[in-house]
Design a protein around this ligand. Structure first.
Ligand SMILES: [Zn+2]
Length: 379
């Protein structure tokens, strides 16, 4: 852990959440500074859809727990894996839509909040992270910050995986869209490879995809990389089986799905175990941009509360965890608080890691998603 000293305000008595929310940005940052300082490099960060909104990834759920797109009906796990002609139709429909919907997710870039969180990881202040997001943006941000640390003169784009200076962990609780998972023998392959295979097998759809790339008119994309298409016939779409199971492409039982947890699917036991271990080994939790609507994430805070670990949430709107004992909450966006904190940190500290963070702090990209009907909020 880097030794970081930040002039903080004199210790204030514990304030109720409403008062925390009302702190001015600098005071909020000072509060965060003390929280991280007392965490002694073992603070665990937990994030949700709120941190990705600025990258153009829209949240599933609105503030009232409704879908931000009222017409969107996500495909359910049992439909996707059904071994029947009906199941085959579900898979055709899913993959055709996902084929067109994935490129914007693939091309999305870390926003400032992702960069700030990666900086906390890289400085060893909060090395471990659990995210509910499947958009691969935390790994992209970590790679960007790590490459800045390894090549001081020219921070390059994050194309290959570069080891961070401190052991750090990103656990994607609900999986990642960057990989495709085989349900028969649990092979994983890069999504880009599978996407290329789909393009080859479905030239007409590939034309459609290229056309929308050219015109910039993309169908509305949901956070799982699925798109809304009305009145389109999916029957002709070809979905190949896992090519590791069967390179000939004839084994129709070797289904593949994106390596994400679908609605109606349970998290793999090893992922659940690891998430609980990360909470147990953490000194405290910093929760950013999430309403904790999914039980798999809420359970982590419940455990931390039972273990009497301090928890600070910086997130807008109500969350499922609000009544938990030990949770303090700033009802505000996390990005500006993290920014104010890091501004002070780089102003008052020196060293190669701090220099590297200074270089990447403005590299986050904000891409406002197109305005849609219905609420758009945390997930
Ligand atoms: Zn396989």
């Amino acid at each position: 852990m880097v030794r970081i000293s930040i002039p903080t305000l004199p210790p204030a008595p514990l304030v109720p959440p409403s008062a925390l929310t009302l702190l001015a940005p600098k005071q909020a940052a000072a509060y965060l500074a003390r929280f991280l300082d007392e965490g002694k490099g073992k603070t665990l960060v937990i994030t949700g859809a709120g941190v990705s909104v600025e990258s153009g990834i829209r949240a599933y759920r609105g503030k009232e727990g409704t879908y931000s797109n009222p017409n969107y009906k996500p495909i359910l796990y049992h439909e996707l894996v059904e071994d029947s002609p009906r199941g085959q139709m579900f898979r055709k429909r899913y993959w055709a839509r996902s084929f067109l919907g994935y490129p914007p997710v693939r091309d999305s870039l870390p926003n400032p909040t992702h960069i700030y969180i990666a900086a906390l990881q890289a400085l060893g202040l909060a090395p471990n992270l659990i995210t509910q997001n499947v958009d691969n943006l935390h790994p992209k941000a970590r790679n960007l910050v790590s490459s800045s640390m390894h090549t001081p003169s020219s921070p390059s784009s994050a194309t290959s995986t570069i080891p961070p200076p401190y052991p750090s962990r990103i656990l994607e609780l609900h999986g990642t869209l960057a990989k495709v998972h085989c349900l028969k023998h649990h092979h994983n392959q890069p999504r880009d490879d599978f996407q290329a295979q789909l393009a080859e097998l479905n030239p007409v759809w590939d034309e459609e995809a290229k056309e929308s790339e050219r015109t910039g008119r993309r169908p509305r994309t949901n956070p799982d990389g699925d798109v809304d298409l009305q009145g389109v016939d999916f029957t002709s779409f070809v979905v190949p089986p896992c090519r590791i199971c069967d390179p000939s492409g004839k084994d129709t039982t070797a289904f593949v799905k994106p390596n994400v947890v679908f609605f109606g699917e349970t998290i793999r036991p090893e992922v659940r175990e690891e998430s609980l271990e990360l909470v147990q080994s953490a000194s405290r939790l910093l929760i950013l941009g999430t309403s904790l609507a999914t039980y798999s994430a809420f359970r982590l805070l419940k455990l931390a509360s039972e273990l009497e670990k301090p928890m600070l949430m910086i997130s807008t709107g109500p969350s499922r965890a609000d009544p938990l004992p030990g949770l303090e909450k700033m009802d505000r966006e996390a990005g500006p608080v993290l920014r104010a904190y890091l501004d002070e940190l780089v102003r008052t500290n020196t060293g190669p890691e701090v220099d590297a963070v200074r270089r990447v702090m403005d590299m986050g990209v904000v891409k406002v998603p197109p305005e849609v009907e219905g609420p758009r909020a945390e997930g």
